[in-house]
Design a protein around this ligand. Structure first.
Ligand SMILES: CC(C)(COP(=O)(O)OP(=O)(O)OC[C@H]1O[C@@H](n2cnc3c(N)ncnc32)[C@H](O)[C@@H]1OP(=O)(O)O)[C@@H](O)C(=O)NCCC(=O)NCCS
Length: 160
């Protein structure tokens, strides 16, 4: 069974060992960068919820949820203000194509719908245009592209 566990001093080393394939490296930041970004966001009065993705007791991936914009974020997309976002999602290369990404996304949306930072209308996310797997996964959950971009990445939103 898939579950999300908060990143803590106990599990962080296991999560840092998880890797995507060489070809996927341009699609997602390394987990060490994401966890540092969680820290810098929180210290700039923002919100970040980093989680390990587990199949029973085995770490298989990482995801991070954000909310709103922090004091240091220059030029955030319009949708970021007052909404949640699926900031990162990765499944270790050895564990992909087993349905874990789908289950983890469903759990992430369950968590967001508890509205831990307050009510919001949308969950948004972004992906590289050539990231077919991510695009298809998000589309299957009802995310639709807005035409807006975050840097090079296409933005898609889901009404909560
Ligand atoms: C995207 C990612 C998280 C998907 O995780 P996964 O566990 O391999 O995916 P699942 O097995 O749960 O498959 C879920 C859905 O994703 C889509 N998908 C997965 N691999 C795909 C591929 N190679 N081509 C097209 N669609 C694909 C399908 O819609 C699939 O549903 P289906 O099996 O019912 O058709 C994983 O490939 C990954 O970590 N990629 C590298 C990092 C990344 O790109 N993260 C997203 C950044 S925006």
């Amino acid at each position: 069974m898939i579950s999300l566990k908060k990143i803590s001093s106990r599990n962080v080393w296991d999560i840092l060992k998880l890797r995507v394939s060489e070809e996927q490296k341009s699609f997602v930041a390394g987990n060490e960068i994401s966890i540092i970004e969680a820290y810098t966001t929180i210290t700039a009065n923002g919100f970040a919820f980093p989680f390990g993705i587990y199949e029973n007791e085995t770490p298989v991936g990482f995801l991070m949820i954000g909310y709103d914009v922090d004091d240091d974020w220059e030029d955030p997309p319009q949708i970021a203000k007052g909404n949640y976002n699926l900031w990162r999602l990765m499944i270790d290369q050895a564990c992909q194509n087993k349905g874990y990404g789908k289950e983890a996304l469903s759990l992430a949306l369950d968590f967001i719908r508890t509205f831990p930072c307050g009510e919001a209308e949308y969950c948004w996310l972004s992906y590289e245009p050539e990231n077919k797997a991510a695009r298809e996964l998000y589309r299957s959950f009802g995310f639709t592209e807005t035409g807006e971009k975050d840097g090079n990445e296409l933005i898609a939103v889901l009404k909560l």
